[in-house]
Design a protein around this ligand. Structure first.
Ligand code: BES
Ligand code: MN
Ligand code: ZN
Length: 480
């Protein structure tokens, strides 16, 4: 999707219509009269006559009081899809000030929606999907032009990160395994100026990440610890770690998954994907912040050497862990990655993202991420960013009753708190490795990989929370 700020007389003209309102436009008047266009939210009607004297896209905005930024994304997603159907490649768009929404964000949302419509994953198809190259020409209030243009550039970069993540998460495990993930991460991120260090199994052993290595042991595909570094704010000493679950395939190990539950488990590096895509977007946008990305990549597999239920393993923190279930592997890898972030990288805040529990899908379906935190202020800031990004998060409760579910008879803690409250106990397992460093855990098991497309999101990988994190980490000038 290309954009410009120059109108093209030959292109379609967007006509934005609130439901039940009249606008002065010939095509609108005819279509509205016939009941063919009512201005309902997301309704799109493209009309171009043979002489090209009439060439419009009627765009339904619904009721003004109901309009939100996320609806703008959906509406413009629909517009781009309809342009594709009608083989229209260019449109002129002017957006009036809407429902108290910030002008810059409204244009960004419109462009974002149109970019979403261009995602495809046809890597493994011999016949490729052909998507028309489209252009949107925005007319922008000159007083707001500079800010809006900056925003358009920013969302374009951020969406590049989102698409990179979707591709990584959609690719199956024979192509994305720890070593290849490390290699691609290095290639993609060093292009944009993020430093990437990769540690081998031997080096991980030296660091002492024993819980992580226990998970990795069962696979022929060796683990690689990937550490990304983007230090771009000299005015500030504060450093943040983004920790992503990087299980490139989760068979469940000896607590093996049935086929139905296993076959999409190449998505179990969805957290890592989001971290990589976020680092990419931050660097491309030259965001003033100091961030480390940490991914303890491995595969949870089975062999004569794999860890087993009942094993007691150690960890970087020195805490002993009873392996109650080898399918609760993500929290073992993350425990070490989180501990590494504050003890070695000395970060001040930690955000982890993980496709951690099936229980999160039971609680929230595929429409909200589950959150657990040890710091309300940090959570509130991330939650605010997630609302602007249109990526909902729902905070779960914590208390000592929940913490006690992780108690082990034989070790310091066990890696499963049982079926009930599974997302909370998984989060609280991680909490015990944070050493009280402000931390937010985002369980993206439901939101990172969809069984069905909805809104502007495609089936399978979404790249969820890259937008949230860029919003949260970018302290630049903004409105609301
Ligand atoms: N990767 C899974 C969680 C998952 C399930 C992600 C469905 C995406 C979709 C995780 O490693 C797992 O297997 N969790 C177990 C934990 C249990 C054994 C305590 C689960 O949710 O069943
Ligand atoms: Mn598992
Ligand atoms: Zn897993």
């Amino acid at each position: 999707m290309k954009y410009s700020i120059v109108k093209n007389e030959k292109a379609l003209d967007a006509v934005l219509v609130f439901e039940g309102e009249k606008v002065e436009n010939k095509v609108f008047e005819i279509m509205n009269e016939k009941g063919l266009f009512l201005g309902k939210e997301g309704e799109i009607l493209i009309y171009r006559n043979l002489e090209n004297t009439e060439k419009v896209a009627l765009i339904g905005l619904g009721k003004e009081k109901n309009l939100t930024l996320d609806k703008v994304r959906r509406i413009f997603f629909n517009l781009a899809k309809e342009m594709e159907n009608k083989k229209e490649t260019e449109i002129n768009v002017e957006i009036p000030k809407l429902n108290g929404m910030c002008t810059r964000r409204t244009y960004m949302a419109a462009l974002e929606g149109m970019i979403h419509a261009e995602y495809k994953f046809d890597k493994y198809k011999t016949e490729k999907v052909n998507i028309l190259e489209k252009t949107v020409n925005f007319t922008i209030n000159p007083l707001k032009l500079e800010k809006v243009e900056k925003g358009l550039k920013e969302i374009t970069n951020t969406m590049e990160g989102v698409f990179l993540t979707r591709d990584l998460v959609n690719m199956p495990s024979q192509d994305i395994y720890p070593e290849s993930l490390a290699k691609i991460t290095k290639e993609e991120l060093e292009k944009v100026g993020v430093k990437v260090s990769i540690y081998t199994e031997e080096e991980i052993e030296k660091i002492g990440m024993k819980a992580y290595l226990s998970v990795a042991r069962g696979s022929e595909n060796k683990p690689y610890l990937i550490v990304m570094e983007y230090l771009n704010d000299t005015s500030n000493n504060e450093k943040i770690a983004l920790v992503g679950k990087g299980v490139t395939y989760d068979t469940g190990g000896y607590s093996i998954k049935p086929n139905e539950g296993m076959k999409t488990m190449h998505c179990d590096m969805g957290g890592a994907g989001t971290v990589i895509g976020t680092m990419y977007a931050l660097a491309k946008n030259n965001v003033k912040t100091n961030v480390f990305g940490v991914v303890a990549a491995c595969e949870n597999s089975i062999s004569g050497n794999a860890y087993k239920p009942g094993d007691v393993i150690s960890s970087l923190a020195g805490k002993s862990i009873e392996v109650d279930n080898t399918d609760a592997e993500g929290r073992l890898t993350l425990a070490d990655a989180i501990y590494y972030s504050h003890s070695v990288l000395k970060v001040d805040k930690i955000i982890d993202l993980a496709t951690l529990t099936g229980a999160c899908l039971v609680a929230l379906a595929e429409y909200s991420t589950g959150a657990v935190t040890n710091n309300q202020e940090l959570f509130d800031a991330i939650n605010k960013a997630s609302k602007l990004a249109g990526e909902p998060i729902w905070q779960l409760p914590t208390s000592d009753e929940y913490r006690a579910l992780n108690n082990s008879r034989v070790a310091d803690i066990k890696n499963s708190g049982g079926r009930m409250g599974g997302t909370i106990t998984a989060g609280l397992f991680l909490e015990s490795f944070t050493n009280n460093v402000p931390w937010v855990h985002l369980d993206i098991a439901g939101t990172a990989y969809l069984s069905k497309a909805y809104g502007y999101l495609p089936i399978a990988a979404t790249g969820v929370h890259i937008k949230t994190l860029v919003e949260f980490l970018d302290n630049g000038v903004k409105c609301k």
